[in-house]
Each structure stands twice: as structure tokens, then as C-alpha cells.
Ligand binder design. Structure first.
Ligand code: K7E
Ligand code: RUQ
Ligand code: CUA
Ligand code: CA
Length: 628
């Protein structure tokens, strides 16, 4: 049986064996990376160790213990999965268009999307707002690398409610929240260096290009400040004191080509001193850049008092703060090492009492291609090894001792994952509530793990039980493009609404329009004509709309506003006009609206496309378009 063939098996086909772990390992070795150190210490799995004890399977009707918020990568959405079942519970459209809910089509969603024609995005890093280093269940923030934006999802209604375009920069990649005292700022790294101003001048002066670190106010979603940096910016994280954020940079070289960005043996981590940046702005020590007069920009390039640059090995990638609050880890990518920074030493570094490398508590080998690190509550770190296709579990204290020259083994176990993991994430692991129960490894390639579905393959998000001494792989979860990252939140932290409330700001603008038209949304079924603009207000109660017909004239711009009066949880209606590209979701007690042109005279049926009732098929009506 094919399923029984393990890639290491002699009987495995050449394809399976080849695809096993050579696939990218060889490619990356070829890519040059001379300092890649192919001799990473390999530790075999201990033969006997305490078993993990987590219950894996959920019976039908049982609820998951954790909400998993998954990035949808370049699908532009965010998804909610239940963990440990790995069942997909919901999709939250953010930067993309979504036919089922009308995201990108309704007036309310277009408002959130700032009326931009783009309906593309590239999400990497979903992160929930925190209070005192613990998830507070209020918002989830997500970056858009493709169009340099940051979005916010409200966790009561689980809809995107604000999107901010970050000015003066290109490609928002790393994103994290301030953890302490609460999420005042969302930190957003812009990856690519560009000329300033980027107006067609100065394009050849590559050494003058720069990028910036941005802080977005979590409530107003306005950009609070930007910091000019040396090099580029990859990933970021914040500390547990509220004083510092820090970002990896893989292009200290300032190169615009691949080889150039691998030239130096060391790149850096840039540490941002939030207090000093706030003080500088308060004192008026900032500039603004054309195109964003309201965004203070400070200069944090080398020599600035606002930042510190710590050299770390070649092209680092992930940046992860341990839940103990003391250490943060930069993952080596082209170096087989992780660098452990001692956050307690940052004050002295900024006061000039220490040199940058003095804050390095350890720099130890973990294997090939370390990308991201997650933590449990027992002092262990779990690092993804992209090239080795493994998770390396290592002990933080022992790594520090080993770095100081003690003869201790810091690597606890290496577990094969399938294949090429990018991010990983532990339950509650980036908060003070880290509980060391589950680890998700988000593998970039699934290769032979699932039934083939054409040249494009699913990725493989694997569930690993880390509650025992030994990591145990318990589930393979196919996912669609491309969940770089996820976040696992205990269900006690999330309190989703069952119904909409009538005063929800999400449709306040539509409610205001109704008021201007003298319409009471909760009861009226009325057509308001305003020149060639027609506003059709109707209610819905399963299984009927408040109007089974309305009449407009050819050429009218029609806005249909529907208020769903149902008060029963789960009774969502839809509204679709046949042959008009018009559809939307209207949740219980929600008002939603959509605008389109009535170009074709005749009868055009509209119907409900969210199943709501035994007579759901009968929930329909006619739009009569009279000849002009
Ligand atoms: Cu490692 Cu964009 Cu977080 Cu992908 S980044 S893996
Ligand atoms: S009908 S219950 Cu379209 Cu076959 Cu759906
Ligand atoms: Cu209303 Cu289906
Ligand atoms: Ca580099």
C-alpha cells in the first residue's frame, strides 16, 4: 500500500525518497550560503520518554479547546481553525473579495477597504491584542505585504473593521503587537528599501534607499510614528515590559540583488526604544515626509539614540520573545544558529554601558535553516528547521550554559516534519499564559502526504503534542495558500457575539443614510428615489424579504439595503441579484447594503443564498427594470 511506504523505506519510489528532505536542502546548499555549516549537530530521538497525554480526537459535537487564527497568505484572508481538531471553523475575508459574504462588494466592506480597487493581499502574521502580556480577545491584526497595509479584525463579530495603508513604505511584512501594558501599538515592519521621495528621482542612488518601522495605534488605526532604519526589516516582536520592540534585518548589505544580500557574514537585529521614540516626538524632534504630513518620522539609523543594532549571523528571519519575558530569539536562516538576546541588558545597552554583542546570551547551533521559534512553559524552545525539515526542541537555560562553555546538551529532541516548516506556534506561546500543550508546524510543502490534486499542492499544518517529554506528531492538516503563521488562543479568551446589535458601528454609515431618507431600518420597506439614484430599503424575516418586488428605471444606480430582523442565532440571509454580480450576507440583526447599476430592462429575480429555512428556495423577489 502506498500509504505504508515511508520515504526512508528502501521500497519507496525514487520520487518519494528524493522528495523527502533533499528537495530544498540541496537547492539551498547550491544557492551558495557558504557559511551555512552543513554539519549541524544531529541528535537522535530519545528511545524512551514520557508520552504526551493530550486527547487528540474530538467526538462529534465536542468543541475545541483553542481558537487557531491562521493567516491565509496570498489568498488575502484570515481563517479560524479549531485546535486540536484542526477543523476549519470560519474564513474572514480581509484584503480579498469573497463571494459568499459579499466582502469587497457591499458598501460596508468597501468602506473598510478604503474604496481601493485592489482586492488582493498577502497576509503573513495574525496577532491578537493583549493586556499585560495576555490575549484580551478584542482584535486580531494582520499585515498585507502585497499592498503595504495593516488590517484589524474585531473578535466579537469576526469581521475586518479597519484597514490602514502604511505611507512612505513598501511591503509590510513582520507584524506584532505591543504586549505590555496593553496593545497601544501594532508594530509593522516594511521590508523593502525605496528612494525617498519615490517619485522617479533618485532611483540609481541605491545607498540612499531606506525603509521604516511603523507603529500603528491599535484603537484609531492611525500611524503613530515611523522610524527610519539601516538595512531592511524582516520579522519583529515586542518585549514584556512595553519598552522595546526588535526586528530582524537580512539585508544589512543594502543590496538590490540576491547575491548581494548574502554577502556579509552578519546582518543585524535592530532594537527600538519605544519610550525614547515617544519622547523624541513629544519634543518635536521629527520630520514628516511628503504624502503623510500627520505621521511623525524619526531617524533611527546607526548612531541614533532611539535604536540599537546587534550584529547576528547571516540573513536572520524569525524574531520570537520567550514567555519568561527575559529572552528573545533571532532565527539564523542562512546560519544554523539561533541567537538569544537578553532583554534585561537592553537598558544598559541604550545607556552606553554595554556593547551591542554584550546582550547576546547564547548563539548556538540547532540545525539547518532555522526560521521561527515557539516556546512552552517549561523553558523549552521549538525551532523550525526549514532545510532539515525538522522541529528542534532545545532548552533555553542549557543553551545559555553551553554558550558560556559548560559541557551541557541543550538540544532535547529533533522531530521530522513534512516538509520544510516555516512558522510554528505553541498554544498561548507568545503570551505569559504559555501552556506547553500543542505545537503547530506550518510546513510549506506537503509533497506525498495527501492525495495529489494537480501541480499545485496543499501545504501541511501539522499538529504536535508537546505535553510530554517527547514531541509527538499527531495530525496532518492540509491548508490552502499560504498560512505563513498562526496563533493559538484558549477559547476562554474569545467571546464572539451571537447576534449583531442594531447600533453596531460597522453599518453606522448605512444607518445614517437611512435616517436621512426618513427610513426606519427595523420596519420600513421603501423605495427612495433621488435623481437616478434609487435606494431600496427592505427587511428580511425567514423565509421572506419585506418586498417581493421593486421597480427601478433602466440606468438607475440601485442601492439595496437589507435589515435582517431575525433574532435567532445562525439565521443568516443572503441577497443575490441574478446576472448582476451582486450578493451579500446579512446576519441576524445586521444591516447590509450593496450598490449596482440596473442596465438591462426586464425582470431580474433576486433570491436568498444563505440557507435559512425550509422555504429558503422560495425566499425571492423580482426587480422590475423599466425601459428608459
Ligand atoms: Cu517566516 Cu512572512 Cu513570518 Cu513566512 S515569514 S515563513
Ligand atoms: S438545492 S439544500 Cu440548490 Cu439542491 Cu440546496
Ligand atoms: Cu433567507 Cu435563505
Ligand atoms: Ca545579509
Amino acid at each position: 500500500k502506498l500509504g505504508d511506504i515511508q520515504p526512508d523505506d528502501e521500497n519507496a519510489s525514487e520520487h518519494v525518497r528524493f522528495s523527502r528532505r533533499l528537495f530544498l536542502g540541496s537547492g539551498a546548499a547550491l544557492m551558495g550560503a557558504a557559511g551555512m555549516g552543513l554539519g549541524g549537530s544531529l541528535v537522535s530521538t530519545p528511545a524512551k520518554a514520557a508520552e504526551g497525554h493530550n486527547a487528540v480526537a474530538l467526538a462529534p459535537g465536542e468543541l475545541d479547546e483553542y481558537y487557531g487564527f491562521w493567516s491565509g497568505g496570498h489568498s488575502g484572508e484570515v481563517r479560524i481553525l479549531g485546535v486540536p481538531s484542526m477543523r476549519e471553523l470560519m474564513r474572514i475575508p480581509v484584503f480579498n473579495i469573497d463571494s459568499a459574504t459579499g466582502w469587497g462588494l457591499t458598501n460596508e466592506s468597501k468602506e473598510v477597504l478604503n474604496h481601493k480597487p485592489w482586492l488582493t493581499g498577502d497576509c503573513h502574521h495574525p496577532h491578537m491584542s493583549m493586556t499585560d502580556g495576555k490575549y484580551d480577545g478584542k482584535y486580531v491584526f494582520i499585515n498585507d505585504k502585497a499592498n503595504s497595509r495593516v488590517a484589524r479584525i474585531r473578535c466579537d463579530i469576526m469581521k475586518t473593521d479597519k484597514i490602514t495603508e502604511i505611507p512612505n513604505v513598501q511591503a509590510i511584512h513582520g507584524l506584532r503587537v505591543q504586549k505590555v501594558p496593553y496593545t497601544k501599538y501594532v508594530f509593522a515592519n516594511a521590508e523593502y528599501r525605496i528612494p525617498h521621495p519615490n517619485d522617479g528621482t533618485g532611483m540609481d542612488a541605491i545607498d540612499k534607499y531606506y525603509t521604516m518601522f511603523s507603529a500603528v495605534d491599535a484603537e484609531s488605526m492611525k500611524v503613530a510614528f515611523q522610524v527610519i532604519v539601516d538595512g531592511n526589516l524582516d520579522n519583529t516582536d515586542a518585549d514584556y515590559s512595553g519598552k522595546y520592540a526588535f526586528s530582524t534585518c537580512y539585508n544589512t548589505e543594502g543590496a538590490v540583488d540576491l547575491a548581494g544580500s548574502m554577502r556579509l557574514e552578519r546582518d543585524h537585529v535592530v532594537i527600538f526604544n519605544i519610550e525614547r521614540i515617544e519622547a523624541a516626538i513629544k519634543a518635536g524632534n521629527y520630520q514628516t515626509l511628503p504624502g503623510a504630513d500627520d505621521v511623525p518620522v524619526v531617524d533611527g539609523r546607526t548612531g541614533s539614540e532611539l535604536t540599537a543594532y546587534v550584529p547576528v549571523p547571516k540573513n536572520p528571519h524569525g524574531m520570537n520573545t520567550a514567555p519568561d519575558g527575559r529572552y528573545a530569539v533571532a532565527n539564523g536562516k542562512l546560519s544554523p544558529t539561533v541567537t538569544v538576546l537578553d532583554i534585561q541588558k537592553f537598558d544598559d545597552l541604550f545607556d552606553g554601558k554595554l556593547q551591542p554583542r554584550d546582550v547576546v546570551a547564547a548563539e548556538v547551533e540547532v540545525g539547518l535553516g532555522p526560521l521561527h521559534t515557539a516556546f512552552d512553559n517549561r523553558g523549552n524552545a521549538y525551532t523550525t528547521l526549514f532545510i532539515d525539515s525538522q522541529i528542534c526542541k532545545w532548552n533555553l537555560e542549557n543553551a545559555i550554559k553551553a554558550y558560556q562553555g559548560e559541557q551541557v546538551e541543550y538540544i532535547v529532541q529533533k522531530l521530522d516534519v513534512h516538509y520544510q516548516p516555516g512558522h510554528n506556534h505553541t498554544t498561548m506561546g507568545e503570551t505569559r499564559d504559555a501552556d506547553g500543550k500543542w505545537l503547530i508546524s506550518l510546513c510549506k510543502f506537503s509533497k506525498d502526504r495527501f492525495l495529489p490534486c494537480g501541480p499545485l499542492h496543499a501545504e501541511n499544518d501539522q499538529l504536535i503534542d508537546i505535553s510530554g517529554d517527547e514531541m509527538k506528531l499527531v495530525h496532518d492538516g492540509p491548508t490552502y495558500a499560504e498560512p505563513h503563521d498562526c496563533m493559538l488562543v484558549h477559547r476562554s479568551k474569545v467571546k464572539p457575539a451571537k447576534l449583531w446589535t442594531r447600533d453596531d458601528p460597522y453599518f453606522a454609515k448605512t444607518a445614517e443614510m437611512a435616517k436621512q431618507d426618513g427610513v426606519t431600518l427595523e420596519k420600513d420597506n421603501k423605495v427612495i428615489r433621488d435623481g437616478n439614484k434609487v435606494r431600496v430599503y427592505m427587511t428580511s424575516v425567514a423565509p421572506a424579504y419585506g418586498m417581493d418586488r421593486f421597480t427601478v428605471k433602466q440606468g438607475d444606480e440601485v442601492t439595496v439595503v437589507i435589515t435582517n430582523l431575525d433574532q435567532i442565532e445562525d439565521v443568516t440571509h443572503g441577497f443575490c441579484v441574478v446576472n448582476h454580480g451582486v450578493q451579500m450576507e446579512i446576519g441576524p440583526q445586521q444591516t447590509a447594503s450593496i450598490t449596482f447599476k440596473a442596465e438591462q430592462p426586464g425582470v431580474h429575480w433576486y433570491y436568498c443564498n444563505w440557507f435559512c429555512h425550509a422555504l429558503h428556495m422560495e425566499m425571492r423577489g423580482r426587480m422590475i427594470v423599466e425601459k428608459a
